[in-house]
Design a protein around this ligand. Structure first.
Ligand code: AQP
Length: 332
């Protein structure tokens, strides 16, 4: 039996990128692997590395949990919890900072991107957050971590930190492996296909959120930036905007990009864009209905309480042992 773990930070409104690259893949994995254990958390401690508004953060935290359920995770087979409700994450995060080099953190793309943009007032937690992310994962000895492409580098650092700890104190943490989807690992902004679709960016037109209505989705996809070639081809290098839409279509339909292309012999992009918009609007519409059902069912808190209790016990034991290995406190 393997343990599979993933998380999303409630740092903005969930996007189609989060759904395709992470949430839907987690659900698929759970269906495909009935023998495995699934841990899923809302990474609210990560969200506050950038300033958040109190009430909005609380709402988004519940929303992420509800959206996972709406997407079809099985609450009976998932330990679903909120990161900040298990204090061991922060404590192990600190301990792992002591096993992480400043140079490694400086090389993280997310940090470099923000620094390059000349953003000032970045918190030290934003800098050190990959160590907390490592803690989130190895605290539970997760074997596999399904994530989108943008998290690959953080996963590699997690593996290095776990291996470093193990080299020093003997085999203790499981060294996790990332699971990155073949299709949809990096959904791009519809207005700027060189940029990832992100929940915390102010790109309203380029970003489809999981709360957009049908008309908004149709409009955003119809006005997505493409090119003047006029032939539906999957060519990410020369037709990046179109390739992004084909990827979205492929991910939601289960077809390969080549199969999607063969459905639209052209000329022009309008029929393809309309079909893509319909597919996205249907998928998000279904998700929204199920989200309403989850919220009105009133079961969310009980599921999160159970998740907290189960994850809390595992986390407590692992952290205690880690502290003993390091030599902290008195020997027990
Ligand atoms: N555009 C994307 N395409 C595919 N997958 C994506 N993910 C994020 N954006 C895309 C995946 O969704 C999960 C969410 O991870 P996160 O919330 O911890 O942070 P993130 O990766 O930084 O996501 P965002 O949406 O870009 O958030 P902000 O704007 O707050 O930084 C991960 O598995 C991620 O790979």
């Amino acid at each position: 039996m393997k343990r599979i773990l993933s998380g999303i930070k409630p740092s903005g409104t969930l996007t189609l990128g989060n759904y395709i690259g992470a949430i839907s893949k987690f659900v698929e994995l759970q269906k495909k692997r009935p023998e495995d254990e699934f841990y899923l958390f809302v990474a609210d401690l990560h969200a506050i590395t950038i300033p958040q508004e109190t009430a909005l953060l609380r709402k988004r935290t519940r929303d992420v949990a509800a959206m996972y359920l709406a997407a079809g995770i099985d609450p009976e087979r998932t330990v679903l919890f909120i990161q900040s409700e298990i204090k061991e994450h922060a404590e192990l995060g600190y301990l792992l900072q002591c096993f992480t080099y400043i140079g490694e953190l400086e090389r993280m793309t997310q940090f470099k991107d923000k620094s390059k943009k000349g953003e000032t007032g970045l918190s030290s937690a934003f800098f050190s957050y990959p160590a907390l992310m490592a803690a989130d994962i190895i605290l539970y000895d997760a074997d596999y971590v399904p994530v989108g492409e943008d998290q690959k580098q953080h996963l590699e650092l997690t593996r290095d930190i776990a291996a470093r700890f193990n080299n020093r104190f003997g085999a203790f943490f499981t060294v996790p492996e990332p699971l990155i989807p073949e299709v949809g690992a990096r959904i791009m902004d519809l207005q700027d296909p060189t940029k990832k679709m992100s929940k915390s960016e102010d790109s309203d037109k380029g970003c489809i959120t999981l709360y957009d209505d049908r008309a908004t989705i149709m409009k955003k996809i119809r006005s997505a930036v493409t090119d003047s070639v006029g032939i539906v081809r999957f060519d990410p290098e020369n037709q990046p905007g179109l390739a992004n839409l084909i990827t979205i279509y492929a991910a939601l339909s289960g077809l390969s990009p080549a199969e999607v292309v063969s459905k639209f012999p052209g000329p022009g992009y309008a029929p393809f864009k309309d079909a893509c918009a319909d597919l996205v609007a249907d998928a998000i519409g279904t998700l929204q209905k199920r989200y309403e059902d989850v919220i009105s069912s009133g079961t969310l808190d009980a599921i999160l309480d159970r998740g907290r209790d189960v994850a809390g016990k595992v986390a407590f034991k692992k952290l205690e042992k880690a502290k003993q290995k390091i030599g902290l406190g008195r020997k027990r």
